[in-house]
Design a protein around this ligand. Structure first.
Ligand SMILES: [Fe+2]
Ligand SMILES: [Fe+2]
Length: 212
């Protein structure tokens, strides 16, 4: 997006948002890690619970991609923008994998996806305005919180649900990598109140997305 003005990039961000919330995000076309794994026999309560967890994860990935898209709009450095773009595309893979799993379990993704996208896009753009080192620090903190959250889901998933587990395990690898890349690029630790606010905001999203 090297030669685009900030206005052009904002417009591109808007069209990317429509694609993401309509289930056709920009992605890298990696194979879904669950693709070749057998489906498992889940009882009704397990099916509902796993679908709820994967719907939460889909919302998280919508938010993650939107944060990156928002950050690209206001990032200063070209190399930082390229890194943000690569990570955003990988969030697109995650988004598709989670959506596929939710649908395989006979459920739908969150009704509130547009809200998660646009709210996160705005937060990402604001983080970018604060400067690249803060924006990258924000990524590190976000990704750390996501890894922790996914670890919690892994512990709740039925052992026999290989498909959901494979998706979450690959996501954890990628999120840790995104966080490390952000530190290598110059991200700094965020103040504690910001970290706590981020936890509170993601709690709202995860609680609502499990149901809606
Ligand atoms: Fe992700
Ligand atoms: Fe990530």
């Amino acid at each position: 997006m090297r030669n685009y003005s900030i206005f052009d990039r904002a417009v591109i961000g808007l069209s990317r948002g429509l694609e993401a919330v309509n289930g056709k995000p920009e992605a890298t076309a990696r194979e879904n890690p669950a693709e070749r794994l057998p489906d498992s026999e889940l009882d009704e309560a397990q099916r509902k619970h796993v679908a709820g967890l994967m719907r939460v994860n889909h919302s998280g990935e919508i938010a993650a991609q939107a944060l990156y898209h928002g950050q690209v709009v206001t990032a200063r450095d070209e190399a930082v923008k390229q890194r943000l773009e690569q990570s955003a595309a990988e969030e697109g893979d995650h988004l598709i994998w989670c959506q596929t799993r939710v649908e395989e379990l006979g459920e739908k993704t969150s009704l509130l996806s547009p809200l998660w996208y646009w709210g996160s896009f705005a937060i990402g753009a604001l983080a970018g305005l604060a400067g690249d080192k803060w924006s990258l620090g924000f990524i590190k903190e976000t990704e750390d919180q996501v890894v922790e959250h996914l670890q919690g889901h892994l512990e709740q998933l039925p052992v026999e649900d290989q498909k959901s587990r494979a998706v979450i395990e690959q996501m954890m690898i990628d999120e840790a990598h995104h966080g490390n890349k952000a530190v290598e690029a110059g991200g700094v630790p965020l103040p504690l109140p910001v970290k706590l606010w981020m936890r509170a905001a993601s709690k709202v999203m995860t609680t609502l997305s499990y149901r809606l």
